[in-house]
Every structure is written in C-alpha cells, then in structure tokens.
Design a protein around this ligand. Sequence first.
Ligand code: BJW
Length: 233
Amino acid sequence: MNNRNNIVILTGAGISAESGLATFRAADGLWEGHRVENVATPEAFVRDPALVHQFYDARRARLAEVAPNAAHLALTRLDVEWPGELLIVTQNVDDLHERAGAKRLLHMHGELNRGWCLRCNERFAWSGAMGDGAACPGCDTRGMVRPDIVWFGEMPYEMETIEAALMNADLFVSIGTSGAVYPAAGFVQTARYRGASTLEINLEPSQGSIFFDERRYGPAGVEVPKWVEELLG
Ligand code: BJW
C-alpha cells in the first residue's frame, strides 16, 4: 500500500456494535424481532406505517442512549490528520461518526435523525418519536412524514459522489459490514478495478472477503485505532 493518498472508507453496523447498537445479521441482530421486509421497504410502510414507525422510533430512542466508540474516534483522528483526500461512506443510519467529530462523511442509507414528508417532499432534521401522525415542519401536514432512510428497492444517496471517490481511490477500507447489501457490497470491486489497494476490518470474513488484499479480523474498537496509528505513524 505505497500510493495511498486518496482513501475511501466504507463503514457498516459492526463499527457501532461496541457502542451498543445491534447489527442486522447477527444472531441477536435487529431482524430477529422484525422481518426485514416488514420494516425496511416502501411497501411495508404503505401496508403498516405504525409498525415501521414503532421500529424506527425505538431505534432513534436507543441511539440517544449510546456514544461513539474507539473506532469512530480513530476515524475522526484520520479525517482530521490525513493530508490527502478522504471520504467516509457510512451505511449506518446512526449519527455516531458525526458525534465523534467526522466531517468528510456521507450517509448512503439515510439518517435516523431525519424525516421526509411525502406530501411536500421536504427533508428535515428530526428528533424524538415520528409515529402517531407527526406534522411536517414544512407544510404542516400530519401523518405523511417517514424516516429519511433508504429502504430495499430505493436508490441510495450520494451515489455519484461515492462512485467518483471510488474511481479516484488509492486505498479502499471496509469496516464492520457483512457485504450482503448492494450497491455498497460492490464498492470493493469498483475500487480494485481502478487499482486501489483494499483492506477489510471485521470480526470475521465478510461475504466479499476474497476481494480484499489485506484482512484484519477483530473488534473494530481495537483494530481501527491500531490501523490508523500505523497509517499516521
Ligand atoms: C463487527 C463487529 C465489531 C459485528 N467489530 N465488525 C439480488 C442480488 C443483488 C442485489 C439485489 C438483489 N435483490 C435486490 C437487490 C438490491 C438490494 C440488495 O442488496 N439486496 C440484498 C438483500 C441482496 N439493494 C437495494 O435495494 C439498495 N438499493 C438499490 O440497489 O438501488 C438500485 C441501485 C442500482 C444501481 C446503483 C445503485 C442503486 C438499497 C439498500 C438499502 C439497505 N437498507 C438497509 C436498511 C436501512 C435502514 C435501517 O437501518 O433500518 O441498510 S438494510 C441493512 O443492511 C442496512 C445496512 O446499512 C445494510 C448493510 O448491513 P451491514 O452494515 O453490513 O450490517 P450487517 O449486520 O449485515 O453486518 C455487520 C458486520 O459487522 C458483520 O460482518 C459482523 O461480522 C461485523 N461486526 N461486530 C467489527 N465489534
């Protein structure tokens, strides 16, 4: 990994696990209590908005009880100190990267603390519960606000910016993601195709582990600070 001026980092639920947020596909993961198709598709929201709001309201409440961990803080250190280009692309809808202080950050699957009005199409910051007929702060319509989150079948956010960063990357690092959900699962192949070195940091090999030049397996709270320290020297 000699020429690594431009770094793209993809993070997933595993980076927030040590903060106390459940991952999606572990045995005790979020989908245990709720089938994914019952909560994370636009069809589910049309069919049973109360259930979907209940699911996201509970996660928003839980988010307020947790804090960034050593892995989020280490990536912020890298963001602050890295002189080259750097982009953290998170699939997570939590705000732990920004609470840790990260600035060069994109949320490709939306954010728990944002809402989207299906009547006037406004997107806005949101705190607290959204269920029970919340009013849109833009048009004041009740019951038309949904979490600003990318569900299955919807287009992830910021794809043009992400693709451009991947095309220009010298180093692509994937942290705490199972590689089960596209398009994020394909980023490693895009970066590789363009000549980037690739590194996976995870508890165990992801579905796409064969595409990584280097693999480090262990808790993100240990492995990410170690890697950042090595990189910054
Ligand atoms: C640790 C750790 C520790 C634990 N330390 N590590 C058939 C084939 C291919 C694709 C498709 C297909 N059918 C449909 C599709 C497309 C579909 C898709 O990928 N489906 C799959 C199920 C196959 N994708 C979409 O629909 C996406 N949109 C789309 O494709 O639009 C068209 C398009 C075309 C071309 C270009 C661009 C777009 C939208 C996907 C939306 C995903 N939404 C969710 C829900 C968001 C809301 C919410 O949070 O509730 O996003 S699904 C869920 O999975 C969530 C996550 O962001 C995402 C990824 O999960 P993640 O982060 O990887 O978590 P886990 O739990 O899976 O893994 C955790 C990892 O951490 C594990 O590996 C652990 O080992 C590790 N770990 N503790 C380090 N301490």
